[in-house]
Design a protein around this ligand. Structure first.
Ligand code: NAD
Length: 470
C-alpha cells in the first residue's frame, strides 16, 4: 500500500524501520535533491489542493464542523499561497549565499550552501488538519528531503483524505503518509530521523523531544499557550473594529480551537463593561441570538475536548463570572461564545490553554499592569494589543516575549509569509512559513574556498617570538 494508511496489519517499529530505509535509499540516490524534482512535487501538491477543494471542505466539516468559508480561507488559500511562494522563490532559496571572508583567511571566498537534511518526519494536529499537515511538507520538499507525514487521528476524515491524495499525486518513493494514533507515532518516533517537525501540545512535545534526543535529531515544536489581548481604554481606539477583530481571531478561527486564538483579554476595570457590551453586540450580529445553531461556528472536536472545556467552567468561582453565553449542547458538541469577567487568576481557566470558545476578561487598574500579567506566565505563541498610544506599542514590543505580536489585530500575522511563525519558551522551538520553512528543513553548510596562493608561514611551527609579536 502506497500510503501506509489504515493498515490491516499492525504498524510496528519494524514496519516503520522498513519505511525509513526505503525513503533513505531514495534520498541517498540524490533524486530529491534536484530542482526539477522539488518543483514537480510542489506542483503536484498544488494540484491536490486545487482539484480537491470540495473533498477537503467535506472532510473538515465531518471532522470538526468547520464552516466551509473558514476551510477555504485558512486552509486551502493559505496552502496555495505557501506552494506558490515556494515554487516562485525556490531557485533563489537554493542558490548558495556568498558571504564575506576575514583577513585571517585572505585570499579566500565563502558561501553558505543549503543542503537537505535527509529523511524527515512531520507529525500534525487536528485543528487545522490540512494546513498543519501540508504546510511543513511544502518546506520539507522545497528543501529537498524525503518526508513521512503522520496526520492527527482526531481528524480521521482529513487523515484518510491526505493518505489517499498524497498516495495518488506524490512521488511515493520519497513522500509517504502514515495514519494512526499513539502506537503508530511511537513506532515512528523510535526511528532515526534527520528532523522531526511536531505540531500539538506541550505534553506530547516532551515525548517527541525525548525520542529525538536519543538520535540527536533536531526538532521543530509548534505548540500553543495562553495568547493574551490587551485592550487599551485610554487612547481612543475604534471599539467596533477592535471587537470584530477579537471575535474573528477567537470564534472565527475554529471556534477558539486555534493555537493563536485570543485566550484572554486584559483591560482596565472601568472600561471592561463597555468592552463586554461591544463584544456582545458584535457576537449577536455575527452568530445570531442562538449561536448553538450557527453554521458559522465549528463544533468542539470531540467529547474529550467538550468535557475538558466543561471542566473549566465547572468551578463555581468561574461559572459565576459568565457575563455572556455559557450555553452547551453535549449531543451536538456545541458551546456558545462565552465571556467571563474577572475570574480568579488561580483558576484552571486562567492557568491552562483554553483552546475553545470561552474568553475570560482580566481587569487591571492601569493598562501598563497588563504587561506584568502576561510576563508572569509562560511565554505565549502570540500576543495582541489594541491601542493608538505610540509609547504603549513600543513598550509592548520591547517587553512582551511571545512567538509573534500583532498590534491592532489578532491572528493574521499567520498569513504573512515573510514573518517566521513559531513559539518561544513553552510555546515552541523553531519556526516556519515562506523561506523559514525551507531553512527549517535545510542544513546551512559553511564552505570556504582557498587557493594555494598566499600561504602565510605564521601558522606553522616553530612558533618564534617574532611570529608571536605579530
Ligand atoms: P493532537 O491530539 O492531534 O496531537 C498532535 C499529534 O500528536 C497527533 O498527530 C497525535 O497522533 C500525536 N500524539 C498524541 N499523543 C501522542 C503520544 N503519546 N506520543 C506520540 N504522539 C502522540 O493535537 P493536540 O495536541 O490536541 O493539538 C492542540 C495543541 O496544539 C494546542 O496546544 C495548540 O495550541 C497546539 N497547536 C499549535 C499550533 C502551532 O502551529 N503552533 C497549531 C495547532 C495546534
Amino acid at each position: 500500500m502506497l500510503s501506509d494508511s489504515h493498515q490491516n496489519s499492525k504498524f510496528t517499529a519494524e514496519t516503520a524501520s522498513t519505511l525509513v530505509n526505503e525513503l533513505r535509499a531514495t534520498f541517498v540516490s540524490g533524486e530529491t535533491m534536484s530542482y526539477k524534482w522539488r518543483v514537480s512535487q510542489l506542483k503536484q501538491l498544488y494540484k491536490i489542493v486545487e482539484h480537491h477543494e470540495q473533498e477537503i471542505v467535506d472532510a473538515l466539516l465531518s471532522d470538526i464542523g468547520k464552516p466551509p468559508l473558514e476551510t477555504v480561507a485558512y486552509e486551502i488559500a493559505m496552502l496555495k499561497n505557501s506552494c506558490k511562494t515556494a515554487i516562485k522563490e525556490l531557485k533563489h532559496w537554493m542558490t548558495p549565499e556568498k558571504v564575506q571572508t576575514s583577513l585571517t583567511t585572505f585570499p579566500a571566498s565563502a558561501e553558505i550552501v543549503s543542503e537537505p537534511l535527509g529523511v524527515v518526519l512531520v507529525i500534525s494536529a487536528w485543528n487545522y488538519p490540512f494546513l498543519l499537515s501540508l504546510d511543513p511538507v511544502i518546506g520539507a520538499i522545497a528543501a529537498g528531503n524525503a518526508v513521512v507525514l503522520k496526520p492527527s487521528e482526531i481528524a480521521p476524515a482529513t487523515s484518510a483524505l491526505l493518505a489517499k491524495l498524497l498516495g495518488e499525486y506524490m512521488d511515493n518513493s520519497s513522500i509517504r503518509v502514515v495514519e494512526g494514533a499513539v502506537d503508530e507515532t511511537s513506532a515512528l518516533l523510535q526511528q532515526k530521523w534527520d528532523k522531526i517537525f511536531y505540531t500539538g501540545n506541550g505534553r506530547v512535545a516532551r515525548i517527541v523531544m525525548a525520542a529525538a534526543a536519543k538520535h540527536l535529531t533536531p526538532v521543530v515544536l509548534e505548540l500553543g499557550g495562553k495568547s493574551p489581548v490587551v485592550v487599551d481604554s485610554n487612547s481612543n481606539i475604534n471599539l467596533q473594529v477592535t471587537t470584530r477583530r477579537i471575535i474573528a481571531g477567537k470564534w472565527g478561527c475554529n471556534n477558539g480551537q486555534a493555537c493563536i486564538s485570543p485566550d484572554y483579554i486584559i483591560t482596565t476595570k472601568d472600561y471592561a463593561p463597555k468592552l463586554v457590551d461591544a463584544l456582545k453586540t458584535e457576537l449577536e450580529s455575527f452568530y445570531g441570538k442562538n449561536p448553538l445553531e450557527s453554521k458559522d461556528l465549528s463544533r468542539i472536536v470531540n467529547s474529550n475536548h467538550f468535557a475538558r472545556l466543561t471542566k473549566l467552567l465547572d468551578d463555581d468561582k468561574v461559572s459565576s463570572k459568565i457575563v455572556h453565553g455559557g450555553e452547551k449542547d453535549e449531543t451536538k458538541l456545541r458551546i456558545s461564545p462565552t465571556l467571563l469577567l474577572d475570574v480568579p487568576r488561580d483558576s484552571l481557566i486562567m492557568s491552562e490553554e483554553i483552546f475553545g470558545p470561552l474568553l475570560p476578561i482580566v481587569t487591571v487598574d492601569k493598562i501598563e499592569e497588563s504587561f506584568d500579567v502576561i510576563n508572569s506566565g509562560p511565554k505565549p505563541l502570540a500576543a495582541y494589543i489594541f491601542t493608538n498610544n505610540k509609547n504603549l506599542k513600543e513598550q509592548f514590543v520591547k517587553t512582551i516575549s511571545a512567538g509573534g505580536l500583532v498590534i491592532n489585530d489578532t491572528t493574521i500575522h499567520l498569513a504573512v509569509h515573510t514573518l517566521p511563525f513559531g513559539g518561544v519558551g513553552d510555546s515552541g522551538v523553531g519556526a516556519y512559513h515562506g523561506k523559514f520553512s525551507f531553512d527549517a528543513f535545510s542544513h546551512k553548510k559553511a564552505v570556504l574556498y582557498r587557493s594555494f596562493f598566499g600561504d602565510a608561514s605564521i601558522r606553522y611551527p616553530p612558533y618564534t617570538k617574532t611570529k608571536f609579536r605579530l
